[in-house]
Design a protein around this ligand. Structure first.
Ligand code: BF8
Ligand code: SF4
Length: 626
C-alpha cells in the first residue's frame, strides 16, 4: 500500500503505517501530529538551559556568543542549570523504577502474610537464593516465612539511612571499590533521590561535577537497587522467565474475540488480568456476547512482563498505544503506571474502547477508574475483564481494521535461561567471545520517540550489530520492535555475521535475546558482573556496550547514568538536554571515561551508532588481548 510521504516518514512498521493512515482518515490525532505541531521545539529546553527551580525565575541562559544573559538571577551558570536539570530527570526516572520495585516488594509482603489476593510464590529456588544473599535463614522454614523476612529486608532498602544496599554487592570487587572511592556507592534508594531534590533546590549544590556524581549515585540505586528489586521479586512471585514463543504486532488482535490490552509497567496487575481472562466464568460470559474467546495483548513493559512469562503477545511498543485503539477492536485498554499517554482517553472516545486506569497513582482523562489493590487482586482483575467482555457488544464491526502484520518471536532469556541454554555455565559464551566468533555483546534498549522514525533506530542498529558479530540483548520497547521485525527468532541468525550465526545455530538461540522489561536491564548488569568476574576483570574492561536509539523517558536517563556508572559505554540516539552546558557535556562524553571507565556518545544515525559500538568493542578486545 502506498502512503503519503508524511505517513511514510513516521514509521518503518507496516502495521503502524496502516493505522496512521487510518487515524488520518478518521481525523484522529496521534503523537506524531502533536509532535509536528510542537515544532520548532524550544531551543532553550533542548539545550537544557532553562531553570524554574525558584520563583525569581524562570531563567534561561542565552546560547549565543554575545547576546543575552549568561547567568540566572541567582548567578547559576549554564553548566549548573544543565546539571541540576539532568539530576532531576535522573531522580524522576530512578523514582519510577524504584517505586515499581517497592510495589512488587509490597506484593511479596502481602503474599507472605497470606493477604495477597491470588498471588503465590512461583520460584522458590530464587526466593532461597535471594534469602541467602540477605543472610536470611532458609533451613526448615516455609516459603512464606522466608518470603516475609525477605520482603521486609528488601523494603528496608528503600529508606536505609546508612550503609550500602545489598544488590550493589553483586558488582565486581573493582567496580565496588571504584564506587566507594568516588563516594557513589548508594545508600537507601529513597535517600539518594531525596538528596537530588535537596541538592538541586536553589542555593545548594552549585558544582556541576559534584552534582553529576550524586546523579550517578542515585542512578546506581536504581539499576542495582530499585530496578533489580523489581526484577528479582517479580521472578519470585511470577516465575523466572524461560524461552517461550509468541507473536508480536497489531495483527495479534483478534476480530472475533474480546481484546484486552494491558499497558504500563507493573506485572502485579497484568498477571492477574491474564489469569482472569482464562477464568471459565469470564469465558462463558464472552461466549454469551458472541465472542470466540478473550484475547489479552500487551503494550510497553507490562506487555514484556506477560510476554516472557506467559507468551502473551505484544500488540506494539510505546508509539503504537494510540494505534492499537485505532483498530476499533479493543474492548478495554487497561493501564497502570508509566509511559501511558494522557491522550488515550480521546482516542478511546472515538470508538467503543474503554480506557481503564487502575493505579491510585495514575488517573487519566476519559478513563474509567477501577482501582487495583493487591489484597483483592484476582477479584478486581475479574471485574476489569468483565467490564471488557460486556463492552464487546458495543463494538462497531464497520469500524474494525486490524492490520495483518505479526511476527513470531522467541522471548524470555533471563540470565538463568541464558546459562541454561549454554548448558549450565557461561563458559561456552566466554569461549565464543575469546575466539572472536562473537565480537562482543551490546544491550540495545529503550523507547520510541517521534523525533526518530518509529523503529528505524532500533531495527537498523540491531541488524547492523548482529551483522558484525555482536550478540545483542534487548529489553523494553526495543525488544518489542525486534519481536515485530522477526529478529527474536533463531532463524534471524541468518542475518548475522558468520561467527555469531554459528554460535546461534549451535545453541538454537536468536542473535537478539529478549531479556524483558526496562527494569530488567538489571538482568544485563547481573550478566555483565558474572562475565567480568569469570574473566577476573572489571565491567569496564569487557567488550560490551549499551544503546538507546529512540529513548525519550526520564527512566532512560537514569538507565543511561547507571549503565555508564557500571562501566559500560552507551550510545544515545536522541540528544539529551545537556548541550547548553559545555562542562557537563564534556564530562559525560569524555571525562567520565577517566572517572567511571565509560562515557556517553550521541549518534542519531543507527548505522554510525552501531559502528561506534563495534569500534569500542574492538578496542576493549585489543586491551584484553583477545
Ligand atoms: O520502561 S522503553 S517507552 S515502556 S520507558 Fe516506556 Fe521507554 Fe518503552 Fe517501559 Ni522503558
Ligand atoms: Fe533562576 Fe537561579 Fe531561580 Fe533557577 S534557581 S530560576 S537560575 S534564580
Amino acid at each position: 500500500m502506498a502512503y503519503s510521504e508524511k505517513i511514510q516518514s513516521r514509521s518503518i512498521d507496516p502495521a503502524a503505517l496502516e493505522m496512521l493512515a487510518r487515524a488520518e482518515e478518521l481525523g484522529i490525532e496521534t503523537a506524531w501530529d502533536r509532535y509536528e505541531a510542537m515544532l520548532p521545539q524550544c531551543g532553550f529546553g533542548e539545550l537544557g538551559v532553562c531553570c524554574r527551580n525558584c520563583n525569581m525565575g524562570p531563567c534561561r541562559i542565552s546560547p549565543f556568543e554575545e547576546e543575552g544573559p549568561k547567568k540566572g538571577i541567582c548567578g547559576a551558570t549554564a553548566d549548573i542549570i544543565v546539571a541540576r536539570n539532568l539530576l532531576r530527570m535522573i531522580a524522576a526516572g530512578a523514582a519510577a523504577h524504584s517505586d515499581h520495585g517497592r510495589d512488587i516488594a509490597h506484593t511479596l509482603l502481602l503474599t507472605a502474610e497470606g493477604k495477597g489476593g491470588g498471588y503465590e510464590i512461583k520460584d522458590e529456588a530464587k526466593l532461597k537464593a535471594l534469602a541467602a544473599e540477605y543472610g536470611i535463614e532458609t533451613e526448615g522454614r516455609s516459603k512464606e516465612e522466608i518470603a516475609l523476612d525477605l520482603a521486609r529486608a528488601v523494603y528496608a532498602e528503600f529508606g536505609k539511612q546508612e550503609g550500602p544496599i545489598q544488590f550493589t554487592r553483586r558488582a565486581p570487587q573493582k567496580r565496588l571499590a571504584l564506587w566507594q572511592s568516588l563516594g557513589i556507592d548508594p545508600r537507601g534508594i529513597d535517600r539518594e533521590i531525596v538528596e537530588i531534590m535537596h541538592r538541586t533546590h536553589i542555593g545548594v549544590d552549585n558544582d556541576p561535577v559534584n552534582l553529576i556524581l550524586q546523579g550517578l549515585k542515585a542512578s546506581i540505586a536504581d539499576g542495582w537497587g530499585g530496578s533489580m528489586i523489581a526484577t528479582e521479586l517479580s521472578d519470585v512471585l511470577f516465575g523466572t522467565p524461560k524461552p517461550i514463543k509468541s507473536e508480536a504486532n497489531l495483527g495479534v488482535l483478534k476480530e472475533d474475540q474480546v481484546n484486552i490490552i494491558v499497558h504500563g509497567h507493573e506485572p502485579t496487575l497484568s498477571e492477574m488480568i491474564v489469569a482472569a481472562a482464562q477464568d471459565p466464568e469470564m469465558l462463558a460470559l464472552a461466549e454469551k456476547y458472541g465472542a470466540k474467546g478473550i484475547n489479552v495483548a500487551g503494550i510497553c513493559c507490562t506487555g514484556n512482563e506477560v510476554l516472557m512469562r506467559h507468551g502473551i503477545p505484544p500488540a506494539g511498543n510505546f508509539l503504537q498505544q494510540e494505534l492499537a485503539i485505532t483498530t476499533g477492536a479493543v474492548e478495554a485498554m487497561v493501564v497502570d503506571v508509566q509511559c501511558v499517554f494522557p491522550a488515550l482517553g480521546t482516542v478511546a472516545g472515538c470508538f467503543h474502547t474503554k480506557l481503564i486506569s487502575t493505579s491510585p497513582k495514575a488517573k487519566f482523562p476519559g478513563a474509567t477508574h477501577i482501582e487495583f489493590h493487591e489484597e483483592r487482586a484476582y477479584e478486581i482483575a475479574k471485574e476489569i475483564v468483565r467490564t471488557a467482555v460486556e463492552n464487546y457488544r458495543f463494538r462497531k464491526p464497520g469500524q474494525v481494521r486490524i492490520p495483518k502484520e505479526k511476527s513470531e518471536c522467541m522471548v524470555g532469556f533471563s540470565v538463568e535461561a541464558i546459562v541454561s541454554a549454554l548448558g549450565g555455565t557461561l563458559d561456552p559464551l566466554l569461549e565464543a567471545v575469546k575466539s572472536g566468533a562473537i565480537k562482543g555483546i551490546a544491550g540495545v534498549v529503550g523507547c520510541n520517540n517521534p523525533k526518530i522514525q518509529h523503529d528505524y533506530g532500533h531495527i537498523h542498529m540491531l541488524k547492523e550489530l548482529i551483522k558484525q558479530d555482536v550478540l545483542v540483548v534487548t529489553t523494553g520497547c526495543n525488544a518489542i520492535a525486534a519481536a515485530k521485525a522477526g529478529l527474536l527468532l533463531p532463524e534471524a541468525a541468518d542475518l548475522a555475521g558468520e561467527g555469531l550465526k554459528g554460535v546461534c545455530k549451535a545453541l538454537g538461540i536468536p542473535p537478539v535475546l529478549h531479556m524483558g522489561s526496562c527494569v530488567d536491564i538489571s538482568r544485563i548488569l547481573v550478566a555483565c558482573a558474572a562475565i567480568a568476574n569469570a574473566l577476573g576483570v572489571d565491567i569496564s574492561d569487557l567488550p560490551v556496550a549499551g544503546a538507546a536509539p529512540e529513548w525519550m523517558s526520564e527512566k532512560a536517563v537514569s538507565i543511561g547514568a547507571y549503565v555508564v556508572s557500571s562501566g559500560i559505554f552507551t550510545v544515545l540516539g536522541t540528544v539529551p538536554p545537556v548541550l547548553g552546558g559545555p562542562e557537563v557535556t564534556k564530562l559525560l562524553t569524555d571525562g567520565a571515561e577517566g572517572v567511571v571507565g565509560a562515557k556517553f556518545a550521541v549518534e542519531p544515525d543507527p548505522f554510525k551508532a552501531a559502528q561506534l559500538i563495534v569500534n569500542h568493542i574492538a578496542e576493549k578486545r585489543a586491551a584484553l588481548g583477545i
